[in-house]
Design a protein around this ligand. Structure first.
Ligand code: TXA
Ligand code: MG
Length: 318
């Protein structure tokens, strides 16, 4: 892989946008922290983000937009969401909203959920990049898994320098703490992550907001659930060599045996399998079948996150 380019001239925005459109990863500054960006509409690019971060599991990512007006292309906005978007975007607020049926953001960026996290960052370099890319950019904080979020281009280079195509240098981040994440996908507004906009400020605008810890304790449908994502209705059988009668098989590698086959990756490519995983689980979950068999997936790199997700989907449900 060629050395990571450090881009710090105004013309470099066009180059960074070109790389993103080609499916490459580019770190870029926002007013909160640096993000590790990839084309949110390209499942392979989103998979590459998880691989670069070394995340042991797929958690959903924030998709960044150039302007608030684009949010309605991807998600359903109710009155509360419209009001907050108008008031706080561009800015350090992330809204979790229901995905539109025709949402072009890869299901992997939603970790298989019916919701999508959107944010319009205020940093001028992020704004210019997003406008030039002309599509939503998925970006978690640009650190390796388990490390603190980076607030300078040098931090990003230390963390991920050998794993991404380019770093767009926009100086030190002004805010330095991540965006506030507010879930408006249900009737009650839920604070999923405290951040640089205070919960009181948001509550003044839309009324009561519940901390995620409160619903976790009160109901089994709390953030534990939010984190547990989509589980198919059919039973899942892992490490299957072949489909049993009535089963559909999710195949990895070219040796699949079964009447009905959905390919995670025919060539045995983990990035491709990750990109296809959540759509495949949904597609396989058909009435009239006995179950879903899944071929073995190597447990290295992205395979560990794929297997984590599959194990949780296969776990007995109460
Ligand atoms: O300031 C920030 O938010 C930075 C900059 C780069 O925008 N991004 C960031 O991303 O901190 P990340 O991936 O490190 O954190 C995203 C948070 C996670 O806590 C994730 O679980 C939550 O947002 N999240 C994203 N999509 C979600 C969804 N559909 N449902 C629930 N939580 C979601
Ligand atoms: Mg983070």
């Amino acid at each position: 892989m060629p050395a990571t380019a450090l881009l710090d001239r105004p013309d470099d925005i066009a180059e960074a946008a070109r790389l993103l459109r080609q499916g490459e990863l580019v770190a870029f500054p926002t007013e909160t922290v640096y993000g590790l960006g990839g084309d949110a509409t390209n499942g392979r690019a989103v998979a590459a983000i998880f691989a670069a971060k070394g995340r042991p599991r797929f958690n959903p990512l924030i998709s960044h937009l150039a302007a608030a007006g684009a949010a309605g292309d991807f998600a359903e906005l109710d009155t509360r969401a419209r009001y907050l978007a108008e008031r706080f975007w561009p800015g350090p607020l992330t809204l979790v909203l229901r995905r539109r049926r025709d949402c072009a953001i890869a299901l992997l960026a939603s970790a298989g959920l019916d919701t999508v996290a959107l944010r319009v960052p205020a940093h001028p370099v992020a704004q210019a990049l997003l406008a030039a890319a002309g599509r939503p950019i998925a970006a978690p904080s640009a650190n390796r898994s388990g490390r603190v979020s980076p607030t300078t281009a040098a931090h990003v280079r230390d963390e991920l320098g050998d794993r991404i195509a380019a770093i767009l240098d926009g100086g030190a981040c002004r805010v330095g703490i991540e965006s506030t994440v507010l879930d408006l996908s249900g009737e009650r507004a839920v604070l999923l992550r405290p951040g640089s906009i205070a919960i009181e400020t948001l509550a003044e605008a839309i009324g009561p907001i519940i901390p995620a810890s409160a619903i976790d304790a009160a109901t089994p449908q709390g953030p534990g659930m939010l984190a547990s994502h989509y589980a198919p209705a059919l039973p899942l059988r892992l490490d299957a060599a072949a489909a049993l009668p009535g089963e559909i098989i999710l195949a990895f590698g070219d040796a699949a045996i079964g009447k009905e086959i959905i390919w995670l990756s025919r060539s045995g490519n983990l990035e491709e399998a990750a990109a296809n995983l959540f759509a495949a689980l949904r597609d396989a979950d058909r009435p009239g079948l006995a179950g879903i068999a899944v071929m073995p997936i190597p447990d290295a790199g992205l395979g560990a996150a794929i297997n984590d997700r599959l194990r949780r989907a296969a776990a007995p449900r109460g």
